[in-house]
Write a protein that binds this ligand. Structure first.
Ligand code: FPP
Length: 255
């Protein structure tokens, strides 16, 4: 897929429908714990059901023609959760890669990991890198997995990398542009998200894609992530289709 670091000013229209479809949708999959607690279940059951909802969302994205899905699967701050929950989430990620990788590969999905890698447990890192390697040549949906991801830390890593290049005489200070910075982020080469969806009624970014979200549309809904089904996804897409994106300019009628 040919992609640029710039926002996507004209998302493609959904065929036979008046709405426009986002090319890149990012999910903050929130509310797993509350979903479980409301049912008198352990929080881990919410994560397990959350994985089912994730499978549904990926499948539906492909079906409707979304090109890129980014998921906030584990933030750099999530390590602060109780050790038992962290360990469950690690197990879930392992199972997701081990069980779903061949199916995702068959479905032509290309997996890409964003987030800090240097401090990851070698077993997890190897698994994530295997998922990237196996699917690298695929040309269907891009699935971007934000794992051990924090946006501020990504920005700092990028600044350090560019500073090092300047120190090594490989880059001139004047060459540090918005485009150069975007290219060097973990998401380099991907277009920015058109639509960011957060479930469970919380209305914040929680250190997710701070740079990339400059012109994203936001959609917040009350359903907890395990209940986010095709209909809820369609509602978000419909809402996006009715938004007017101006990128700091004026709408055509005002000119
Ligand atoms: C937020 O809900 C969710 C997470 C921190 C983890 C998201 C994980 C999944 C959707 C399952 C798939 C996982 C992987 C690793 C592929 P929360 O626990 O903050 O819920 P709460 O706000 O109700 O407590």
């Amino acid at each position: 897929m040919s992609v640029s670091a710039n926002p996507n000013p004209q998302a493609p229209a959904i065929e036979g429908s008046p709405t426009r479809l986002p090319q890149h949708v990012a999910f903050i999959m929130d509310g797993n714990g509350r979903w479980a607690t409301e049912r008198g279940l352990p929080r881990t059951e919410g994560h397990r059901q959350g994985l089912e909802a994730l499978r549904t969302a990926i499948r539906h994205a492909g079906d409707v023609g979304v090109k890129i899905v980014t998921i906030y699967s584990f933030s750099s701050e999530n390590w602060n959760r109780p050790a038992s929950e962290v360990s469950f989430l690690m197990g879930l990620l392992k199972r997701f890669v081990q069980r779903d990788l061949s199916e995702l590969h068959k479905a032509n999905v290309r997996i890409r990991i964003i987030g800090g890698r240097s401090d990851l447990e070698p077993g997890i890192l190897a698994l994530l890198e295997e998922a990237e390697d196996v699917t690298r040549g695929n040309t269907g949906l891009d699935l971007v997995v934000a794992f051990n991801y924090g946006s501020r830390s990504e920005i700092v890593r990028t600044a350090q990398h560019l500073a090092q290049q300047v120190a090594d005489g490989k880059l001139r200070v004047e060459e540090i542009s918005e485009d150069a910075f975007s290219r060097n982020l973990d998401t380099g080469g991907l277009p920015d998200p058109d639509l960011i969806i957060r479930t469970s009624g919380e209305m914040r970014l929680s250190n997710f894609l701070l740079w990339q979200a400059a012109y994203s549309e936001f959609y917040f809904c009350d359903v907890n992530w395990p209940d986010f089904d095709e209909a809820a996804f369609d509602e978000a897409l419909q809402c996006f289709g009715n938004r007017e994106r101006r990128y700091g300019g004026l709408d055509a009628k005002a000119l």
